[in-house]
Design a protein around this ligand. Sequence first.
Ligand SMILES: Cc1cc2nc3c(=O)[nH]c(=O)nc-3n(C[C@H](O)[C@H](O)[C@H](O)COP(=O)(O)OP(=O)(O)OC[C@H]3O[C@@H](n4cnc5c(N)ncnc54)[C@H](O)[C@@H]3O)c2cc1C
Ligand code: SF4
Length: 326
Amino acid sequence: MKMPPFKLHTPSSLDEAFEIVKELRRQNLEYDWIAGGTDLIPNYKWHINTKSDVISLSKIEDLHKISKNHIGAMARLYDISQSSEIHPLIAKSASLVASVMIRRSATLGGNICLDTRCFWFNQSEEWRESIDYCHKCDCGTGADCRVIPNQNTLCVATYQADMAPVLMGLGATIYLASPTGNRSVLIKDFFKLDGITKNILMEDELVTHITFPDDVFEWEGDYQKLTQRDSWDFPEAGVAVLWKKGDKGPSDLRVATTGIESIPRFHSEESQKIIKSWSGSDSIEELAESIRKSVKPVLNTWFQPSYRRKMVKVLSRRASKGLLEI
Ligand SMILES: Cc1cc2nc3c(=O)[nH]c(=O)nc-3n(C[C@H](O)[C@H](O)[C@H](O)COP(=O)(O)OP(=O)(O)OC[C@H]3O[C@@H](n4cnc5c(N)ncnc54)[C@H](O)[C@@H]3O)c2cc1C
Ligand code: SF4
């Protein structure tokens, strides 16, 4: 399919970007932020939610920084995966995204804000038109959700980005900016249930960077991902398990998942229950089972929900392996 035309803006500062936003709003024009474009451009090629204007963040120098407690939204996943300054688990998650060619363009901000996916939606316009579209992008048809019909209030498309679970587990804070001001929240509170809403970003707001608390390097752990092929593929499920070492087992434990529901999930209830009565491998088994029970995949990605749910247990167990060495 031919890419629909759009006007590309390339501001070199946030102030300049927000001036462009104000002008576009004055003209009643819609726009998208673009970072590496590895998801937005394929979506545009399929005519999914295209806009007349696109504002690139690539020339805003401040957004590219990487240091041990700070990663800019425009930091490339390849550079993150190769960095020896940041926490090794962040580098590991970045190294598991897509392929090296995609990671050279893909950014942290684009990964965190990645649109949700569903096999009824991530298709060409002709394909979607042939089924009369769906609720996420109904093109004025009032079409229903194909996965959970007869409700038309909720989209259950799946969040399939890799970086969120480890960032949640490390207690990252995400910083947002808009023409009306700046704010920050813990990244575990950034995501907002619904495959269309996805997160708390308001109109004209963007992600500038994330930071980590001082204790970030005291956390150890692992991130495990289920994919159809060894590289290139989106997570069909992903589990991060992180812990702080204590005298007899972990002194603190965090678990987060991705690729299963419309937003990544921080499983504080399950991990806090286990830590209170820690007993080695039995606790790992109990933790893995409780995470399996808590997730609710639907049928809109490659693998069957029942298989993805089973694999969440397997991935949780694998990501917890290091806990046996404490
Ligand atoms: C073949 C293929 C395989 C892939 N495999 C994986 C995978 O295994 N794991 C995975 O996680 N992803 C995967 N992806 C998806 C994607 O490449 C990555 O998630 C990438 O990190 C997206 O970053 P980007 O900079 O290219 O985002 P873009 O495509 O530029 O943007 C993505 C979305 O985020 C918004 N956005 C970007 N930056 C900001 C910001 N700073 N503030 C607010 N909104 C912003 C854009 O408006 C857009 O809606 C894959 C993509 C392809 C094409
Ligand atoms: S979950 Fe439903 S509304 Fe959302 S993209 Fe899929 S079919 Fe459309």
